[in-house]
Design a protein around this ligand. Structure first.
Ligand SMILES: [Zn+2]
Ligand SMILES: [Zn+2]
Length: 364
């Protein structure tokens, strides 16, 4: 079968490797859609946003959906032919430590290790293997692109759960990528008051409003200017909850802190390339509450991934406007180039269709 190999030089080569087989407790799926995530772009620079040491060449693609083609021994409830979405294998938890027992396996110290081996999903392949416990049947009428996006929406669901104790009357979102759009849609579907999104480009702001991800958009790449404009919109004080979704090497955290009202909560979702400086004096003066939101796990004993599938299937959120590009596996490089240069391509989510895909289907 074909798979994409990432090399530390930034090169991506599509090569032939042996087909995987299902072992006990696992299934093999034919991958129909696999989204290119901002964190995948780090691999092109030889970096790893998850902090662990990488072995090269590396395979990737953790936002995936497809059709089960083989079911291993001891798997119950899944069959060949099932259309499924996958909770990526880098989120597999040990299930035994104190953190896991408290229901927070997404931050298990041994996350991503299965039987002592590091395991990541490799959706940029014709076939991929997953633990059956990480596989969810797609609700009727939900297409494979939407299934692949469930991973992104689950990150948004989790980030909102991180501020379940906070009032969502005034929300600011820094960034206008896929995570920002999912968060904006989810926050508004869950009754947020005013949602303001800070984008760096006018085209991205227009898309965010069209996608129903923001009530109002601000186009600026300057932290002070963004903060002043958010204050103008929000009772002169700023947002009660700010989500930072950009990461990279920019000063998105500065912008988030500038947009925050005194005693606000800033939630960091962005994956930064290195440790970042914090504007201590301003954050301290405002007495901000800084929280991180890492992937997703469970909420009140329900998988947040399953909650994301429900949100998509119900039509309360709509992933369709997020998918701007679709490429076959053989053109994955062009897909990555589009994702890397959003200014030129206006890409939000680039979907790779390793085995030929079908057009986006949202809720019925
Ligand atoms: Zn991702
Ligand atoms: Zn654990």
């Amino acid at each position: 079968m074909k798979t994409a190999h990432f090399h530390p030089s930034g090169e991506i080569r599509v090569t032939e490797i042996p087909e995987p087989r299902a072992t006990a407790g696992t299934v093999v799926l034919e991958v129909r859609s696999a989204g290119i995530c901002g964190s995948d772009l780090h691999y092109l620079h030889g970096k790893n946003p998850w902090g662990s040491t990488l072995s090269w060449p590396r395979r990737a693609g953790h936002e995936l959906a497809g059709v089960i083609v083989e079911v291993g021994p001891e798997v119950v409830g899944l069959e060949v032919g099932d259309r499924v979405g996958v909770e990526p294998m880098h989120l597999a938890a040990c299930g035994r430590c104190g953190t896991c027992r408290e229901g927070h396996g997404h931050v298990c110290p041994d996350r991503g290790l299965v039987d002592g081996q590091r395991w990541s999903s490799a959706g940029f392949s014709e076939l991929d293997v997953a633990l059956a416990s990480h596989v969810h049947r797609l609700p009727e009428g939900l297409g494979f692109d939407a299934g692949a996006l469930a991973d992104v929406y689950a990150c948004g669901v989790h980030a909102l759960h991180r501020v379940a104790d906070r009032d969502l009357r005034r929300v600011a979102i820094v960034g206008s990528g896929a995570i920002a759009l999912t968060l904006g849609q989810l926050a508004r579907a869950r009754g947020a008051g005013l949602v303001a999104m800070v984008a760096r480009r006018e085209a991205a702001a227009v898309r965010a409003r069209a996608a129903g991800a923001a009530d109002v958009t601000i186009v600026s790449s300057d932290a002070e200017e963004s903060g002043a404009r958010v204050r103008d919109l929000m009772a002169g004080v700023g947002a009660d909850v700010v989500f930072e979704t950009v990461g990279g090497e920019g000063q998105a955290l500065d912008t988030a802190i500038a947009c925050a009202a005194p005693r606000a909560t800033v939630v960091v979702l962005g994956a930064f390339w290195d440790d970042v400086r914090l504007r201590y004096a301003l954050a301290n003066r405002k007495e901000l509450d800084l929280r991180f939101s890492n992937s997703y796990g469970e909420w009140q004993q329900v998988r947040e991934y399953a909650l994301a599938l429900d949100e998509l299937a119900s039509g309360r959120v709509d992933g369709a406007p997020l998918v701007t590009h679709r490429v076959p596996l053989g053109e994955i490089r062009a897909g990555f180039d589009a994702a890397l240069d959003r200014r030129r391509s206006d890409a939000v989510k680039v979907m790779v269709h390793p085995t030929g895909g079908i057009p986006f289907q949202g809720a019925p």
